[in-house]
Design a protein around this ligand. Structure first.
Ligand SMILES: [Zn+2]
Length: 160
């Protein structure tokens, strides 16, 4: 399966499903290509990304009038674990970047999180997080001078 499909999760969330080797010209919205949301693991995998994430990214981009770089979106469970192993930190099991709590979890949860960069150093991560809340991203992880984590979970924010 190399084509893009629109699906609905058991919780009623619409999401796009496609293989990570999808054609790089395939778009999910005017400014975001399907390949931008695949796991950075480099391995072939099935990507599942919530439609609302893409829609809100377009609104965010419009607000800043600047291109958005996605540094992390969908993650396979193994890749997600490897990130935390490298950091020497316990794995966050309820991350919205992943669809499984472990390799045995059969419930489909599309990715509802993205890490983004907008411009170079301006706007700051704090400004991005503030504007992101205004457009509908409820979870926001703020860094000093790099990416901003945005998700569709409960309304909250934190500093890395
Ligand atoms: Zn993140």
């Amino acid at each position: 399966m190399n084509k893009l499909e629109l699906r609905k999760s058991t919780s009623g969330l619409y999401y796009y499903e496609y293989e990570s080797n999808i054609d790089r010209r395939e778009k999910l919205s005017p400014h975001f290509g399907a390949y931008e949301f695949i796991c950075k693991s480099g391995e072939l995998h099935t990507v599942r990304i919530a439609v609302d994430v893409i829609t809100l990214l377009e609104v965010l981009r419009w607000n800043f009038g600047l291109p958005i770089t996605i540094t992390s979106a969908f993650r396979t469970w193994d890749y997600h674990k490897s990130i935390y192993k490298k950091l020497g930190k316990p794995v966050v099991k309820n991350s919205q970047h992943i669809q499984k709590r472990d390799n045995y979890d059969e419930v489909i949860r599309p990715c509802t999180a993205v890490d983004v960069l907008i411009g170079k150093t301006i706007p700051t991560s704090q400004v991005i997080a503030d504007v992101a809340l205004g457009v509908g991203f409820t979870g926001r992880g703020i860094t000093k001078d790099s990416f901003t984590h945005l998700d569709l979970g409960p309304e909250r924010d934190w500093k890395y």
